[in-house]
Design a protein around this ligand. Structure first.
Ligand code: FES
Length: 273
């Protein structure tokens, strides 16, 4: 598809933010930009980015497929990400994910039949102190359980925009992609911030109550260059490994501590003769 004039103008604005000769650095926001128009990064979006930046489509695709925030297939207005990493998991994150998966009839990275909701497992969302957490288009809902999560997705399907626990009001994935491309949402309540919550500050409060402070740090302390630092045990070991690699004319990783090629390597060498 052809992209709108607004997207072309925004692409020019994004690229102009980078120094001459470094235009390719604009690729990440440009990918968010094409996603903001099409809902995911389509082949046309890849081509658009390549043409704007003088890259090949292979180079653009390599980046687009590396980051999970760039969606490669149609995605719902509401991307529901449930953290099932260690802390959230022990607090019930997997149960939340399983309840949503069964209720919505979709698995990881799949979209409901009505096209409204995409569900995904998420790695640690950096909010372990509020676990189990889930996000909708990257806005947080803290301390969820299966009932809270099911109620939330039903409200989304009914056209509501429930208020996240922290931060701004909910945006659709396209709206959020435009913000991630670097264009602030000017609408009221679209951008919000607040003080850290009690759970986040718990460690600081405990330290204060018990008189615990961190060691002082003088930012003026010079940091020696690598060549000036004394060789530690790691360096000595690395040296031994390198010497072994040179002696056997093989990569050092194949050497045993004795300096001889490892057993599998010896076997390979015999078979090769
Ligand atoms: S483990 Fe879930 S936010 Fe860190």
């Amino acid at each position: 598809m052809g992209f709108s004039e607004a997207t072309h103008a925004r692409a020019r604005e994004i690229i102009a933010r980078y120094p001459a000769g470094r235009e390719r650095s604009a690729l990440l926001p440009l990918l968010h930009l094409v996603q903001s128009e099409e809902g995911h990064v389509t082949p046309a979006g890849v081509q658009f980015c390549a043409e704007q930046l003088g890259l090949t489509k292979a180079q653009v695709s390599a980046v687009a497929t590396f980051y999970t925030m760039y969606k490669r297939k149609p995605t719902g207005d509401w991307l529901v990400s449930v953290c099932t990493n260690t802390m959230c998991n022990v607090l019930g994150g997997q149960a939340v994910y399983d309840a949503l998966s069964e209720h919505l009839g979709v698995g990881h990275d799949e979209t409901t039949e009505d096209g409204t909701i995409t569900l995904e497992h998420a790695e640690c969302l950096a909010a372990c102190d509020y676990g189990p957490v889930m996000t909708v288009n990257y806005d947080f809902f803290d301390n969820v359980d299966p009932d809270i999560a099911l109620n939330l997705v039903e409200r989304l399907r009914a056209g509501e925009r429930p208020q996240p626990t922290r931060g701004a009001r909910l945006c659709t994935l396209k709206e959020m992609s435009l913000q991630l491309a670097g264009f602030a949402d000017e609408r009221e309540g679209a951008v919000a911030d607040g003080p850290p919550g009690a759970s986040t500050l718990r460690g600081v409060r405990l330290a204060q109550e018990n008189g615990i402070t961190v060691a002082g740090f003088d930012p003026g302390t010079p940091i020696g260059k690598p060549a000036e630092r004394p060789a530690g045990p790691e360096k000595a070991n690395a040296g031994a490994a390198t010497a072994a690699g040179v002696a056997s004319n093989e990569p050092a990783r194949d050497a045993s501590p004795s300096g001889q090629p490892s057993e599998p390597r010896q076997r390979n060498l015999k078979e090769a003769k």
